[in-house]
Design a protein around this ligand. Structure first.
Ligand SMILES: [Zn+2]
Length: 131
């Protein structure tokens, strides 16, 4: 078995967590159904809400204060600040979201973190005898 690529590196590049060659994304933010290079199946995997939380923290801590500082330093009208910074904030959010979705997907795949589904919980309840 080939050695897996480092998850953060392959996630930032948007590559398959198993081989590091195939594309992870089928669209800008949508995951592919599987890897075209090694055949890994991505259909049951998801990065969840984790990437969104990190995007909110990063943008809220670094980008929003930059917009506020712009307005305070330049004494620009509010409409001008909104016209300039709204597209910047949207583009930064989308760019970070793609990068972080790739990284978190790769980390979850590498560490075998799986989302527990309702049918798995029911199966476990059936297998565990009542006490
Ligand atoms: Zn692959």
């Amino acid at each position: 078995m080939a050695r897996r690529p480092p998850p953060v590196g392959s996630g930032l590049k948007g590559r398959c967590p198993e081989c590091g060659e195939g594309l992870l994304f089928a669209g800008f933010l949508r995951f592919a159904h599987g890897c075209e290079a090694c055949g890994a199946d991505f259909r049951d995997e998801d990065a969840g809400d984790g990437p969104t939380v990190f995007v909110i923290f990063i943008v809220g801590i670094f980008i929003i204060p930059m917009a506020l500082a712009f307005q305070l330093i330049t004494n620009a009208p509010t409409w001008l600040t909104l016209v300039i910074w709204t597209p910047i904030i949207i583009l930064v959010c989308l760019g970070l979201l793609r990068l972080l979705r790739g990284v978190m997907f790769n980390l979850a795949w590498t560490h075998k973190a799986r989302e527990i589904r309702n049918n798995q919980i029911r199966q476990n309840q059936k297998q565990t005898p009542p006490q």
